[in-house]
Design a protein around this ligand. Sequence first.
Ligand SMILES: CC(C)(COP(=O)(O)OP(=O)(O)OC[C@H]1O[C@@H](n2cnc3c(N)ncnc32)[C@H](O)[C@@H]1OP(=O)(O)O)[C@@H](O)C(=O)NCCC(=O)NCCS
Length: 179
Amino acid sequence: MLDESRHAHDLLTGRLSLRRPSPDDIDAIHAIHSDPATCLHNPSDALSKREEATELFHRWDDHWQRFGYGYWTVRRQGSDRPLGFCGTKTMDLNGMSVLNLFYRFETSSWGQGLATEAATAVVDWVTQRAPELPVIARVRPANTASQRVAIRAGLVRAAHLDLPGEDGLGWIYAKNLHH
Ligand SMILES: CC(C)(COP(=O)(O)OP(=O)(O)OC[C@H]1O[C@@H](n2cnc3c(N)ncnc32)[C@H](O)[C@@H]1OP(=O)(O)O)[C@@H](O)C(=O)NCCC(=O)NCCS
């Protein structure tokens, strides 16, 4: 099943398969982003209506079309059920082009090292694919789990880049900063 839809940009880790999102993933985008627990630290990311998940999917898909990478849907190998999403998108950070690292998983999958496994694969892949771009994560100060994932994926704290965001101060973690 998985093999029929494998593409060059699919990523495989020890336990996980990461695939470019398809419209079939909109239900999972909606379910995961409408659970208040997954947006506790980033309430501005929370979705309520399914149409918002459809719009979000299209934004993710546009990024894939423009850049050839973006956010992946994460599943256990051999399973069709999405566990979450992990990837990067281009953004401007204080006038610098960077790749913003993202991860959000359903709560039942937490605490098994899965986000770390996915984020590590994503960071390694984008660092090879776009070595000129720093990879950053913007993390709310109380979001310890997310900070740990960023560090495990090879990013280091870059406090000089901290900046306010929609949900409050974002602590910046970075890899591949050129200055
Ligand atoms: C952040 C998130 C993706 C982590 O997923 P996960 O699969 O549980 O992460 P892992 O199992 O790989 O654990 C990573 C580390 O965080 C730690 N951790 C996990 N949950 C934690 C918690 N609630 N509090 C403190 N530490 C926690 C783990 O012990 C591990 O630490 P270690 O590297 O020192 O061993 C998940 O909690 C999530 O989806 N949160 C909501 C979305 C979100 O906040 N995204 C980030 C926005 S910046």
